[in-house]
Design a protein around this ligand. Structure first.
Ligand SMILES: [Zn+2]
Length: 196
């Protein structure tokens, strides 16, 4: 996949629509890596800086250190783990703890402006930027849309997609890309086991 495609967050396999509202921010944060073919935007600090900058989450010229890059990678994978739980995997307390630690670093505080209550980061830089992503996830968990943001269970994929099916039963990011391959693999193994 092209770096620019990951940076823009416009890649949606299977012709799916992106997640609604601010939840799309969480989705595109998780989708900053093509795990099967590369690249990973967060392989270097510049990638994280560019991604945050493109979304107005980091002021131009801000520096991103190694510890901040590591924190972003850790949060991204913890979110992916929770999105796998939305797809039938068990809840993961380690991932939950990563989110809670990142919230403390961001110093998220409740605010009650006229246009609606929100969690607002009181820290600065990358910690605050990650705080805005966490605040979007938190709001989605309260409004129920979170459950439909899922990670594709094909091991090498893990792509985050928003499930708009009527009964919320979608499993794969794309039936053609991942569902088809997994099913074809299972079919092949069954045939071999049966001696065909
Ligand atoms: Zn997939």
């Amino acid at each position: 996949m092209q770096r620019e495609a990951l940076l823009s967050g416009t890649v949606h396999p299977g012709g799916r629509e992106p997640a609604p509202g601010r939840l799309a921010l969480v989705q595109s944060f998780v989708n900053t890596v093509d795990r099967e073919h590369g690249p990973d935007l967060f392989d270097e600090a510049a990638g994280l800086r560019d991604w945050l900058g493109a979304r107005g989450l980091l002021e131009p010229g801000a520096t991103v250190g190694d510890a901040e890059l590591e924190a972003a990678r850790e949060l991204r994978e913890a979110l992916r783990t929770l999105l796998l739980a939305n797809n039938g995997e068990p809840h993961d307390q380690g991932a939950q703890a990563v989110l809670e630690r990142a919230c403390r670093r961001a110093r998220l505080e409740a605010a009650f402006p006229a246009d609606g209550a929100a969690l607002v980061p009181r820290s600065e830089g990358v910690d605050a930027a990650l705080g805005r992503i966490l605040a979007a996830a938190f709001a989605a968990m309260l409004d129920g849309s979170w459950k439909r943001l899922k990670a594709c269970p094909r091991e090498v994929c893990g792509w985050a997609f928003y499930d708009r099916s009527t009964n919320g039963s979608a499993t794969w990011c794309s039936m053609r890309v991942c569902g088809g391959r997994v099913k074809a693999g299972a079919y092949y193994r069954r045939r071999r086991a049966a001696g065909h």
